[in-house]
Write a protein that binds this ligand. Structure first.
Ligand code: MN
Ligand code: MN
Length: 463
């Protein structure tokens, strides 16, 4: 007969990073300073791609040119249409033995401008927005907002716009009703209390001097935009302008153990994946870090993981070294990195505690995602989960495994299936997030650091 103690050893333990790896807390705090800088500099996919390109160039990465000579240890990168990052370190072994792929996404839920966005109504000028990704609309009014984006002008030049990030900049906002007049709104269901047609961004209130003109405030705003950026109303047709929260990443909690910010989903995986890729030297397998776009709207389009862009890059790497890409794909492994829900004690009814993933308990593995009976998921093979947990255990990674929440409440997907559908073994991992998809998401620094340790171990692994 086994003793109680021996029997307890048989239990699956889900403990905090602080308990399992106390020394990692200080390392996590240091690592997250770089992450906060990334968050503040990269609130859109274009900004994340540009910031990543700077880091890659500083680290000696050379632009990838199809057909170029590639030798073990070489570092090359490609930026897809200003919105996706592909970075690779050529392995000591043939690519026929497989790539080690770390993939995350750098688009986040936000409000985009409509093609004809500018209007005036009853004394205020506004931008009309179209929400991008799964937002809870009621969370976006009454916070400071910033404008980020590009406008392609009639003359073929492109101007970059950023307003609301510097302390001296103005910010923008969406209004909500005062409680004194809220009786009707209070009776509505939460999704109906604020609708897409309410998500109008306040731009100004001063009219032009000519009292005979119509739309005098709109004309005044248009005049300011023309002075500042040389643009006319028609130029919004050829623009991509995103409305994002204007606040910066901040430490959360008296113990500063967490970070609150806009856009953790999925920069919280993208940044550690990129750092691991940059730091790896002479890996056995060729490592590839892909930071993709359009995950939040279903991964379609030329910059999404449903596009061939990423696979073309891998195929061109194979072609440059004379390797059959089919064999290379079949031998590859991919960590599809995306955030998952952190168990929220204030909303515990939405979770199933045994299979919850918790802020502060390390990087989360999720064997499958999906909704309504694992629908539309890539369910990783047990063998692949075993490879990953062994790799993590060998490399001091504190990890946990779970599901998003109570099964019949909903669910969600990631890019894992798009990669797996190309015959590449793929598994989901990521950092648990509190208040995911809100303007101010919260993560544990210890979990961010454990994601980094995972990517680093996977890049270096020779198995
Ligand atoms: Mn995501
Ligand atoms: Mn998301």
């Amino acid at each position: 007969m086994k003793t109680t103690q021996e029997l307890k050893e048989l239990l699956y333990k889900n403990k905090t990073v602080a308990d399992q790896q106390p020394d990692a807390i200080a390392e996590a705090n240091a690592f997250c300073e770089g992450y906060k800088a990334f968050l503040n500099a990269a609130k859109t996919e274009r900004e994340a791609a540009a910031y990543s390109e700077q880091l890659l160039k500083q680290a000696g990465y050379k632009p990838f040119v199809p057909g170029m000579a590639l030798n073990a240890g070489d570092k090359v990168y490609l930026i897809n249409r200003s919105k996706c990052v592909l970075a690779a370190t050529i392995g000591e072994r043939s690519m026929a033995e497989g790539f080690h792929l770390n993939i995350a996404h750098i688009d986040s839920p936000r409000l985009d401008l409509r093609p004809v966005p500018l209007f005036e109504k009853d004394g205020l000028a506004y931008f009309r927005t179209h929400y991008y990704g799964g937002i809870r609309k009621y969370q976006w009014p009454t916070i400071p907002l910033a404008l980020h984006g590009v406008v392609c002008r009639e003359d073929g030049t492109t101007v970059t716009i950023t307003i609301g990030e510097n302390d001296e900049d103005p910010v923008f906002t969406i209004t909500d009703l005062l409680p004194h007049l809220g009786r009707e709104q209070n009776q509505k269901k939460l999704p109906d209390a604020i609708t897409a047609e309410n998500l109008n961004v306040v731009l100004g209130s001063l009219p032009i001097a000519d009292t005979d003109a119509e739309n005098r405030i709109k004309l005044s705003i248009l005049g300011l935009l023309n002075e500042m950026y040389g643009i006319a109303e028609r130029d919004f047709v050829t623009a991509e302008i995103e409305i994002v929260p204007a606040f910066k990443a901040r430490d959360v909690g008296l113990d500063r153990s967490m970070i609150g910010a806009y856009g953790h989903d999925d920069r919280v995986d993208a940044y550690p994946a990129l750092m691991a890729e940059i730091e790896v030297q002479h890996p056995a397998h060729t490592t590839v870090c892909i930071l993709t776009d359009k995950e939040e709207v279903g991964s379609d389009g030329v910059t999404g993981m449903n596009s061939m862009y990423a696979y073309h890059f891998l195929q061109q790497l194979c072609a440059a070294t004379g390797v059959d890409s089919i064999a290379a794909f079949q031998a590859s492994k991919c960590l599809s990195a995306d955030v998952t829900a952190a168990y929220d004690p204030s909303f515990s009814e939405a979770f199933e505690p045994d299979n919850g993933t918790y802020a502060g308990r390390g990087v989360a593995i999720y064997k499958y995602t999906g909704a309504g009976g694992k629908s539309s998921t890539s369910d990783a093979n047990a063998e692949l989960v075993s490879y990953l947990t062994r790799l993590m255990n060998k490399n001091g990674v504190v990890w946990q495994i779970g599901e998003m929440g109570r099964l019949d409440l909903g669910g969600g997907g990631t890019i894992a299936k798009y990669v797996a559908n190309r015959d590449i073994d793929t598994i989901d991992i990521g950092v648990p997030v509190l208040a995911m998809h809100s303007p101010f998401e919260v993560v544990s620094k210890a979990d961010v650091y454990m994601a980094y340790r995972t990517f680093r171990a996977f890049c270096a692994d020779a198995e």
